[in-house]
Design a protein around this ligand. Structure first.
Ligand code: DGL
Length: 273
């Protein structure tokens, strides 16, 4: 019997659409509901407790919408809330950090990995512990990039300001000789060419959208949660912010038509928790 429930995906903003894009092309037969918490963006400078609370509210809200799985398409929410969310929800929760740490450990040749991420992701230390679990001989140097998410959410991907910020954040990782760098925020793949130019071709950039989509597909299959493989799925969008703003920026991240965007009030999320 095909499982027709949708898959829930969430992020603080449009960054998670890079993950949704990979999910849509990997599982074109599944239905998706994506929630962007624009009213409370950015998550990066907030406390762990706050982000944990937001993830808890959104996870429960999506579960009430009848999803069969929750994908945390946000490294910051994953860093702050993953184990709690997995305990609190009855549906499986898939996130972005484990596939990235895994890919970075596999890719590095000099065993010196760099991480670019939000302040909260860096301070959580989750990447360090994962990298060391996978290879105790690998080192990780992390740099917080507070300027990037607000610029990207403002629709800026090619300005002098972005290029200067990328150069500034890349410099310490180049100085210590990292040969592999994790773009540890779902907003950053949009800047991939800018990062690649700053680091040069010899540095491998790792980001997890495709790995995460593969993990989602594999989990559905193993649990017997697949929808009918012959159908074409649908997707819809919710934001706690301005739907028009979401629509204007979203297509660039999704690289597919966006369609309708509905608004959800933060109070509605708070009410389910
Ligand atoms: N896309 C989120 C992440 O992956 C952005 C964080 C933020 O809102 O600061 O970390």
């Amino acid at each position: 019997m095909p499982d027709s429930r949708p898959i829930g995906v969430f992020d603080s903003g449009v960054g998670g659409l890079t993950v949704l894009h990979e999910c849509l092309v990997t599982m074109p037969h599944e239905d998706f509901v994506y929630l962007g918490d624009h009213a409370r963006l950015p998550y990066g400078p907030r406390t762990r407790e706050e982000v944990r609370r937001f993830a808890h509210e959104i996870g429960l809200y999506l579960e009430r919408q009848g999803v069969k799985m929750v994908v945390v398409a946000c490294n910051t929410a994953t860093s702050a809330a993953l184990p709690d969310l997995q305990e609190e929800l009855t549906v499986p929760v898939v996130s972005v950090i484990v596939p990235e740490a895994h890919a970075a450990v596999q890719a590095t040749r000099n065993r010196h990995i760099g991480l670019l991420a939000t302040e909260l992701t860096v301070s959580s230390g989750r990447y360090e512990s994962l990298v060391r679990t996978l290879d105790a001989g690998s080192r990780l140097t992390a740099v917080a990039c507070p300027k990037l998410v607000p610029l990207i959410e403002a629709g800026d991907t090619y300005s002098d300001e972005i290029v200067a910020a990328v150069r500034e954040y890349a410099a310490p990782l180049k100085a210590v000789g990292c040969d592999t760098v994790i773009l540890g925020c779902t907003h950053y793949p949009l800047l991939r060419p800018v990062f690649q130019r700053a680091f040069g071709r010899e540095v491998t950039l790792v980001f997890s959208a495709d790995e995460t989509a593969r993990e989602v597909a594999e989990t559905l299959k193993r649990k017997g949660f697949d929808n009918d493989l012959a159908r074409e799925g649908t997707y819809r969008f919710l934001t706690t912010g301005d739907p028009a703003l979401f629509r204007s920026l979203g297509e660039r991240f999704l690289q597919l038509p966006l369609g309708e965007v509905e608004q959800v009030q933060v109070a509605e999320l708070e009410a389910v928790a």
